[in-house]
Design a binder for this molecule. Structure first.
Ligand SMILES: [Zn+2]
Length: 71
């Protein structure tokens, strides 16, 4: 039996996206990352690892716990 040829799709390739605004490390397209709108006119984006953003949200949520408990 012949082995199936493994095709490399463009989406599978790891492409450099940008620097993470939180950890300042490179983000590649195969990472989980998010694009955040930085300015609206003209529209520009900043990029962050999904995990970095989550960690940041979490630390900000912790700061607010004294005034908001039901989130
Ligand atoms: Zn990061």
């Amino acid at each position: 039996m012949r082995k199936k040829a493994k095709k490399t799709k463009l989406e599978d390739l790891s492409r450099y996206i940008s620097k993470c605004i939180y950890c300042q490390k490179e983000i590649y397209s195969d990472h989980s990352f998010v694009a955040l709108v930085k300015t609206l006119e003209p529209i520009t984006h900043v990029y962050a690892h999904y995990q970095c953003m989550k960690d940041d949200d979490h630390s900000r949520a912790e700061d607010k716990t004294f005034e908001q408990h039901n989130y």
